[in-house]
Design a protein around this ligand. Sequence first.
Ligand code: SF4
Length: 234
Amino acid sequence: MKMSEIFYSIQGEGIKTGLPSVFFRVSHCNLRCHWCDTPYTSWKPENKEVTVEQAVNMIEEYGCKNVVITGGEPFVWKKELRFLCDQLWYDGYHITIETNATIFEEVEFDLMSMSPKLESSTPYDRDPKWAKKHDRERVKIDVIDEFISRCTHNNLRDYQLKFVVVDGSELEEIQDILGSLRQYSNRNVLLMPEGRTAKEVEDKQLWLVELCMAHGFRYSDRLHTRLWGTKRGV
Ligand code: SF4
């Protein structure tokens, strides 16, 4: 598979915020969010070839049993991802997978962190050809349903639905997606401000917290953005 980077940091988003973790970032993505905060895995993907065995060895070197497999889109590498998760599971890791939830594969995991993309992510101005594909593929209800059902059948697993929000008018779109799912719980739904700098996050946080309170969703910060902005490897 192709990877972009590996580093040790704390989880900055979602229900595991603050947890020290090793981040293994794969390269390549099937979508092209116009505000993608890792364009070096999507718009201009980096291409370091790595075998599953090498990936496991690199992760092991950090001596931390929490691993976050992120991207890019990890499920672009379905077969390799399955082998990687099998090995990490066997070795006793807590596995979080950060995914756009558009591709399904049966893999071992502890937390499936799904981030379905809203219309505001579509790169209309940036690349009309990609915009069409992106818009067609950005929400796959059947894939989200499958991942959630893997958690309800195994209560050692959990999931989160993390929506990146640009403005409050997107609430209806979020509710439409949630309303199409077979099942979900509000405790697993997080709204997170879009932003690549601390200022962009701060500008959205107050109205987004109020929106969460009004509708019973969780608020997710972007702690790493606040602390380090767009700096890589942290
Ligand atoms: S799904 Fe994630 S990695 Fe892919 S383009 Fe969007 S933000 Fe970037």
